[in-house]
Design a protein around this ligand. Structure first.
Ligand SMILES: C[S@@+](CC[C@H](N)C(=O)[O-])C[C@H]1O[C@@H](n2cnc3c(N)ncnc32)[C@H](O)[C@@H]1O
Length: 422
């Protein structure tokens, strides 16, 4: 979308066309386009409206019902922070006393809108003129234009002395191609600018890829990894007084709060007109090492935020668990305990890996369906599933791993309600 097409969508006629596009979107695009043209809508406006309606449909998973009123671009939506994560970050900033925030590279404004909803005055800076215009329209649509304003320009030139906190979510995709950037030095704004912010503003938060190299985490910063319903979605580096601990794993469960609320006393937050979101946090140094011992009756598969935050030893401490191999993040314990930080399986058999022996065992147990977990094994689960030639009515969980360095397969079953997706 260019600025002219966006302006056309914002006229009264454009709003009518957008409403009509919303009705016909989601099916065959050619049929939808024909339906709009049959109403006399010019082809350019019809295409822009249909694209917008389609993006709004896709955005519901990230933003919920507010997506219906937002203006979006494909790259902007792909890079935008989902609402539960943005709300959580904004709540933490507000709780730390942040009143004014610069969002340096605000994109479509998902993070900025969350901060504004939390009562923070947000100054967004966005280099791309179309994205900047859409972010401003999103502020208006949300009724937050008085608290979130957008300036089109280079974030590196923003006078950060005007605010008491800075948030930066640098672009990690190349403009034009949309290809992911893995080297932080190629982020925009660049990594040295982003990490240098901590020396210029008291409170800083930088969103980074969850695969960020621990060696790049600035000394004194808190690194937080966030998962939502089991999916690892981002990491954030908190600087200055916002850095409370060296490492944090935050597990968000959208819509499943009630079931898990009492387990660890973690808070639950409710965002306006949404299901409650359960928030579970594990913190530590990221440097502790768990004790190594034998395979025990219950296996815990720590969730991705815990593993990436290097907090497996801290999780082991809460579960009275040990590793069976110093380099593999499966934990073993004598008792199952509900935890939001990983899945729990009861182990029924432990055998050195041998396809022949495993096949015989599963045949004897009449196992016809398996889920396959693996850490520390080069085996390809789909190939193994084919090679096992399963038949029978029973399910089983197979864990391909190493125990004290030896390739091992564990056969087990999930513990009912014993754990979560982490
Ligand atoms: C990852 S996106 C931000 C997404 C946003 N946090 C959200 O959740 O909607 C990064 C944005 O930074 C913008 N950007 C990159 N370099 C910039 C710079 N030097 N100045 C201002 N904006 C920049 C890009 O155009 C892009 O829209």
């Amino acid at each position: 979308m260019d600025l002219d097409q966006f302006a056309a969508l914002r006229t009264p006629e454009g709003s009518v066309v957008l409403a009509a596009a919303t009705e016909v979107a989601g099916g065959d695009p050619l049929v939808a386009a024909a339906a709009l043209r049959s109403r006399g809508v010019p082809p350019g406006l019809a295409a822009a409206a249909l694209t917008q309606a389609e993006l709004r449909r896709r955005a519901v998973g990230k933003f919920g019902p507010e997506a219906a009123g937002m203006f979006l671009t494909r790259p902007g939506l792909e890079q935008a922070t989902r609402r539960v994560v943005a709300d959580r970050r904004a709540g933490r900033l507000a709780a730390a006393g942040v009143r004014t925030l610069a969002d340096l590279g605000c994109g479509l404004g998902a993070d900025a809108l969350a901060a504004a909803r939390a009562g923070i005055r947000v100054y967004g800076v966005e280099a791309d003129p179309v994205t900047a215009a859409l972010a401003a329209a999103n502020a208006e649509a949300a009724g937050l234009a008085g608290r979130f304003t957008v300036e089109c320009g280079d974030a590196t030139a923003f006078d950060v002395t005007r605010v008491d906190a800075v948030f930066c979510d640098p672009a990690r995709r190349r403009a034009g191609t949309g290809r992911r950037i893995f080297d932080p030095n190629a982020y925009s704004p660049p990594w040295d600018f982003v990490t240098g912010l901590a020396g210029r503003v008291p409170h800083t938060v930088v969103k980074v890829a969850p695969g960020v190299d621990h060696a790049l985490i600035p000394a004194g910063a808190e690194a937080e990894w966030v998962s939502v319903d089991g999916d690892l979605v981002e990491a954030a580096l908190w600087g200055g007084p916002l850095a409370e601990v060296p490492r944090r794993a935050t597990v968000l469960r959208a819509g499943t709060a009630d079931r898990h609320r009492p387990a660890d006393g973690s808070p639950t937050c409710r965002t306006a007109d949404r299901d409650p979101v359960a928030v579970h946090q594990l913190t530590g140094t990221g440097a502790a090492e768990a004790t190594v011992g034998p395979v025990r009756r219950y296996l815990y598969d720590p969730g991705p935020a815990v593993v990436r935050a290097h907090l497996v030893a801290e999780l082991a401490g809460t579960l009275d668990a040990t590793l069976a191999d110093p380099s593999i993040a499966y934990l073993y314990a004598d008792a199952p305990r509900p935890t939001p930080f990983g899945r729990c399986l009861e182990i029924v058999d432990v055998l050195p890996f041998s396809l022949k022996r495993l096949r015989a065992l599963l045949r004897e147990r009449r196992v016809g369906r398996v889920e396959i977990l693996k850490r520390g094994s080069a085996l390809v689960p789909e190939q193994l599933r084919r090679d096992l030639r399963l038949s029978g009515e029973n399910p089983a969980s197979l864990v391909l791993t190493r125990v004290a360095g030896a390739p091992t397969v564990l056969v087990g079953r999930p513990v009912a309600d014993g754990a979560g997706p982490g």
